[in-house]
Design a protein around this ligand. Structure first.
Ligand code: FE2
Length: 422
């Protein structure tokens, strides 16, 4: 085989290797380093470097071989120097060519020659200089031939595209990060706004300070125990905060009536789930079904709830959770007409009403979450904080919860087995 054919095949092989290296998803610096070594190896060059720039200023060394670590530290490029590389006839420049019109070379010639750099090739992608490839002379001492220039041009173009692509990917990652940050900020703003609303709802009802906030937190705890995703958990928390937003349209005297309210006032008060739905439905919430959870938080599994008298399967799961959180908070906080109930009493109520008012699976999940906290298995004691220090104390609490869970889960499995046998 002719030496020139051999050389051609060798160059093709190097170009193929270079293409593979650049298309790889590995480390960027490693990619540039390997590419430069392929280039040096193909032409048997003693030394070389790849420097990049993203505008006028210092050139950043990405790969260097056969030169001192500090050799290129002082290299800078300005606007006219970048422009001079964009002129077609001086795309690659021999450093020793003193008649060159390249202003970069004319400025740095002595420095480059002192370091043994003989050829400077700009990496130009989409009409911009992304950096320079600086090459030493051939190990054989021969001059660069036209074929060599062709090879250098092709390989440097590849490296330039690799650097350009890497930058685009970096910009994309930055934008994605920026978008994620903005989205998080928006969600925080949304949540803070919702909490402010919750506080406004609770202010209207002077007996239930902090009720909506607690319902939000209980709902979140129950949903997490039920294995809901983080996004769904955030959504149910919001639904809890807003479940009584419809009370904003109910007369303050009715909400704050200290005793029994008559049928007329009661039906006025019972408008609040539908009113809540009307208020929330036109808003584009970042979570699904918030308006429906507000609308149905007074439904019961036995169909005796309001506003629509829905039954078990018809009630959205989120509304079942908010309903339990709402009733639990009502039972465990003092009202003007009655003191809160003991935990034992509350457990009796929950057992009695599971399957009628509450969904047994939801009650069991809440009981499991409380039991975990009572046993010290949770990092925070959030439920205890809401109920006050002494409420969940006593020898009986663990047994009460364990019995409730086993009864409800037993019921659930029995129902499940019955459904499967039908
Ligand atoms: Fe309500």
């Amino acid at each position: 085989m002719e030496p020139s054919t051999q050389k051609l095949i060798h160059t093709f092989g190097a170009l193929a290797d270079l293409g593979q290296e650049i298309a790889g998803t590995g480390d960027f610096t490693e990619m540039v380093r390997t590419s430069m070594h392929l280039l040096l190896g193909t032409l048997a060059l003693r030394r070389g470097a790849v420097v990049e720039c993203s505008g006028p200023g210092p050139l950043r060394c990405v790969a260097i071989w056969g030169l001192g670590d500090q050799a290129l530290n002082s290299l800078e490029i300005d606007e006219p120097e970048m422009a001079s590389f964009l002129c077609g006839e001086i795309r690659e420049s021999l450093v020793k060519n003193t008649s060159s019109a390249n202003v970069f070379l004319n400025k740095h010639r002595d420095n480059l020659l002192a370091e043994g750099i003989e050829l400077v090739v700009p990496m130009i992608v989409r009409g911009e200089v992304t950096g320079l490839v600086l090459l030493g002379g051939k190990a054989s001492g021969e001059e660069f031939s036209n074929d060599d220039f062709e090879t250098v041009r092709a390989m440097v173009r590849h490296i330039g595209v690799g650097i350009h692509t890497h930058r685009l990917l970096e910009q994309l990652a930055q934008r994605a990060e920026e978008n994620r940050r903005l989205y998080d900020e928006l969600r925080t703003i949304y949540r803070d706004t919702v909490r402010a609303f919750a506080a406004a709802i609770d202010i209207k009802d002077k007996y239930t300070q902090g009720h909506s906030e607690r319902v939000g937190r209980y709902s979140e705890i129950i949903a997490r125990e039920l294995g809901w995703s983080e996004e769904e958990v955030e959504g149910i928390q919001i639904a809890g905060y807003l479940h009584d937003i419809g009370k904003l349209i109910v007369d303050r005297d009715i909400i704050n009536a200290p005793h029994y309210i008559d049928a007329k006032n009661s039906s006025e008060l019972n408008r609040h789930p539908n009113a809540g739905y009307e208020i929330l439905a036109p808003i584009r919430h970042p979570y699904a079904d918030i308006p429906l959870m507000a609308k149905h938080h007074h439904e019961r599994l036995d169909g005796r709830g309001y506003p629509d008298g829905l039954t078990d399967q018809q009630i959205p799961m989120g509304a079942k959770i908010v309903s339990l959180a709402d009733s639990f908070d009502a039972m465990t906080t003092d009202r003007p007409y009655k003191r809160r109930r003991s935990f034992e009493d509350v457990v009796v109520d929950l057992r009695e009403n599971s399957g009628k008012q509450f969904d047994g699976k939801v009650v069991a999940a809440f009981a499991r979450a409380i039991l975990k906290e009572v046993k010290g298995e949770t990092r925070e004691r959030r439920i205890t904080k809401m109920l006050g220090k002494n409420y969940l104390e006593g020898d009986q609490v663990e047994t009460l919860l364990a019995d409730l869970i086993s009864d409800l889960e037993g019921d659930y499995f029995r129902q499940d087995a019955k459904a499967q046998s039908l």
